[in-house]
Every structure is written in C-alpha cells, then in structure tokens.
Design a binder for this molecule. Structure first.
Ligand SMILES: NC(=O)C1=CN([C@@H]2O[C@H](COP(=O)(O)OP(=O)(O)OC[C@H]3O[C@@H](n4cnc5c(N)ncnc54)[C@H](OP(=O)(O)O)[C@@H]3O)[C@@H](O)[C@H]2O)[C@@H](O)CC1
Ligand SMILES: Nc1ncnc2c1ncn2[C@@H]1O[C@H](COP(=O)(O)OP(=O)(O)OP(=O)(O)O)[C@@H](O)[C@H]1O
Ligand SMILES: [Mg+2]
Length: 364
C-alpha cells in the first residue's frame, strides 16, 4: 500500500485507497468469525442507544459477531432492539448492590468477560457506560485483562472519562484508540498537556497528546476528523452531514473497531505497512461520513442515527473506488446545494434587516 496521505502537501488521508486495501473479500472459503468479532462494553440504566448503535454498526459494516457487555437493567432493552446482538447482562451499578457484595461481584464480572476475551478482535469501551464509580472500577479491570491479552481497544464516551482520570489504563499501549469529541478532547488536553486546546497549532498538539499517552492513536472528532499516533498525523474531511444528532460518534466507534481488525489482518499478511490503528480510524471515519452524507440526501433535517446506520452498507460506496467517488460526487452536489441555500438565506436576512431597520425608524 502507498502512503496514507493524498498526493500534495495536505494532511488529508487517501481514504479511498485505504478502504479499498483493507476491506476483505466475501469468499465462500471463509467461516463465521473470520470477518471479525467485536465486543462493546457499555450500556447502563440511562443509555441503551449508544451501545446498540456501536454494536449494530459493527455488524452492518461486515463483522460476523457483535457482543454487548452491559448492566442487568440495560440488557433486556438492548436485546429487544435487535436479535442480532449477543448481550451479556453482567455489569452492576452501585445503586443495585450492597457494599459487602462489591468484591464478589467484581470477581464475577471479570471471570465472565475473561471467558470470551481471547475470541474478540477488538473491544469498544465506553458507549453509554455511565459514570458509576463501582461500574467504572469493574471496567478498569476488563481493560487491564484486554491489554494483557493484546486485544485492541477503541475507547469512547464514558470510557474516555475513565481513561482521562486513569491514564495508566492505556498509556504506552499501541493497540488503544481514543475517539474524543470536542468535550472529551478538551479534558484530555487539560489532563495530559496541562494546557488548553490550541486550534492554531492543532496538528502539533494532537501529535504531542498521542505521544504524551505513550503512542496511543487518537481520532479527534469534529468538522474534520484528525488522527495521530504520535508519529504521524492525517485528516479525513470528506463532507458528511450538517446534522449533529447524538449517536454518530457511536457508529464511528463500531466502525473503527471493524476496520482496525481488518487492517490488522492485512498487516499480519504483509499487505499494508502503515500502523493498522491509523488505517482503522481513517477508514471508519470515511465510511461514517459517506453514510451520513447519503442519509442526509434522503432525510434532510430529520436524519437520525438509525438512518445513517441504514446507509452503512450501501453498495454505492461499499467496495469499489469508482463507487466511492460516486458517493463523494454526490456529496459535492450536496455542498453546492447547501451553498445555494446559504446564499438564499443570506439574501432573506438582508431583506429582513432592512425591513427591521425601517421598522425601527417608526416613531410610536
Ligand atoms: N442514545 C444514546 O443512548 C446516546 C448516548 N450517548 C452516551 O451519553 C454519554 C455522554 O456522552 P456525551 O456525548 O453526551 O458526553 P459529552 O459531550 O462529553 O458531555 C456532554 C455534557 O454532559 C455532561 N455529562 C455527561 N455525562 C454526565 C454524567 N454522567 N454526569 C454529569 N454530567 C455528565 C458533560 O459534563 P463533563 O464531562 O464536562 O463533566 C458535558 O457537559 C456517553 O456514555 C455516550 O456514549 C451518546 O453517545 C449519544 C447517544
Ligand atoms: N462540524 C462537523 N461537521 C461534519 N462532521 C462532523 C462535525 N462534528 C462532528 N462530525 C462527525 O460526526 C462524527 C461524530 O462526532 P461527534 O463529535 O458528534 O461525536 P460524539 O459527540 O461522540 O457523538 P455521540 O453523540 O455519538 O456521543 C465524527 O466522525 C465527525 O466526523
Ligand atoms: Mg460520544
């Protein structure tokens, strides 16, 4: 594979080539599991959507099996969303247990997850996990075990809250990927670099942050997604959607987990030379953005996370670069349409302002 960058001086990653080089073929010789087994650790009394979005996205993108490890309250709800997911109701929050039960429950949780751990190609830790201290303590143990077994981890949502307060969980682990949104990134920068986010020098700061956590890979989400492992940095700026409905970051975490697993398979066969965590982030981000753009084409302002998930497997951009470009050209058309709308709105505002000015001059 060539460089992760497009030609030219820009930071923009060559996401089309990356997607093409790591998406595995659909071959009749393969058996269940070879296209990836993903587990999401998340889901509590308040949040059942986030782990569902992440786990179902992993399946829709092409993983064979998707597990969810969540609290007992969340499990029946998540199961009812989809029979495709394998749901383990093993986590507990402080409100549902007595103090004297804590150590035995903690041991039971880790024993249950440990039975499965080696089968997973990647864990996603954090979507809809909540912030209960006992639950986060159990999840810290799960992360320690995953790390001992060299299982890659995508850390998102409340998993980032946990990791920011306990950096040792991921520090120096090259198979850790952190996917912070604007708030989560701010907290990480404050904690690790002891400074505020500096957008003028954003790439250098991201490089320093990834290096400061010992070479983990960071995908900073925003208008463009920026990715760095402390040595190199790149961006994915493909036009996505102007809708910011909650849950898109959850699709991204499931998507990165699958592509990261595929990139590692390619790396093991010597088919790619770049860091698989970077390849997984670029591919995951690009696919989410293509899907968001397509969903917005159909649903406009009423686009929801479920609509984007429905677009994840559209053939239009699933495998060939020509089709990927088809998706891209679709988004360019969308851009032109939005620009036109923006100009029309500006004209409307000018008319409104001048009538407002006239209105203000009226003496009552
Ligand atoms: N449909 C679903 O189920 C979805 C569920 N989702 C899930 O929601 C969870 C939070 O993720 P998010 O993206 O809302 O967090 P984010 O932008 O950092 O914070 C926004 C503001 O809220 C506050 N705050 C958050 N949690 C708090 C707490 N427990 N107690 C007190 N304050 C808290 C936070 O405060 P701060 O962190 O600054 O202290 C900030 O001001 C996470 O598990 C995610 O996966 C999403 O994926 C969307 C779809
Ligand atoms: N201003 C923006 N323009 C275009 N795309 C964006 C913008 N902000 C975020 N995104 C895209 O949306 C995806 C989710 O990012 P976001 O910041 O919404 O995550 P999040 O807050 O963690 O989401 P969630 O609601 O799932 O927790 C990212 O991949 C990013 O590419
Ligand atoms: Mg999030």
């Amino acid at each position: 594979m060539q460089s992760v960058m497009s030609s030219g001086p820009s930071l923009e990653a060559d996401s089309v080539s990356i997607l093409r080089s790591i998406i595995p073929g659909l071959e009749s010789t393969k058996h269940k599991g070879q296209a990836g087994k993903i587990a999401v650790v998340g889901g509590c009394r308040e949040y059942t959507g986030a782990p569902y979005f992440s786990a179902i996205s992993a399946l829709k993108i092409g993983a064979d099996l998707s597990h969810v490890f969540c609290t007992k309250d969340a499990a029946p709800v998540i199961k009812s969303y989809s029979p495709e997911l394998i749901v383990h109701p093993i986590l507990e929050e402080s409100y549902s247990i007595r103090d004297e039960e804590k150590s035995s429950i903690s041991a039971k949780v880790i024993a249950e997850v440990e039975k499965w751990m080696e089968r997973f190609d990647c864990l996603v830790v954090g979507p809809g996990l909540g912030r209960d201290p006992f639950l986060l303590d159990c999840v810290s143990n799960i992360m320690k075990h995953a790390r001992e077994r060299n299982v890659p981890m995508v850390i998102d949502g409340d998993g980032l809250y946990l990791v920011t307060n306990c950096l040792d969980l991921v520090s120096g682990y090259p198979l850790a990927v952190l996917t912070p949104n604007v708030n989560e990134y701010k907290r990480l920068v404050q904690k690790v670099l002891n400074s505020e986010v500096n957008d003028e020098n954003g790439t250098d700061q991201l490089l320093s942050l990834a290096k400061g956590i010992g070479g983990v890979t960071i995908l900073r989400k925003g208008k463009s997604d920026f990715v760095s492992d402390g040595k190199t940095a790149c961006a994915v700026s493909i036009y996505g959607s102007p809708r910011r409905c909650g849950g898109q970051g959850d699709i991204l975490s499931g998507s990165v987990a699958v592509f990261l697993s595929w990139a590692r398979q390619c790396a093991a066969k010597g088919e790619v030379s770049m860091n698989p965590t970077i390849l997984g982030c670029v591919a995951g981000s690009a696919l989410l953005r293509y899907a968001a753009s397509m969903a917005f084409d159909n649903k406009k302002r009423s686009t929801l996370t479920g609509d984007i998930i429905e677009c994840l497997g559209r053939r239009k951009y699933a495998q060939s670069s020509r089709n990927l470009m088809g998706g891209f050209l679709g988004s360019t058309a969308l851009l032109l349409y939005l620009k036109k709308q923006f100009n029309e709105k500006r004209k409307e505002k000018q008319i409104f302002r001048s009538s407002y000015a006239k209105f203000a001059m009226i003496k009552f």
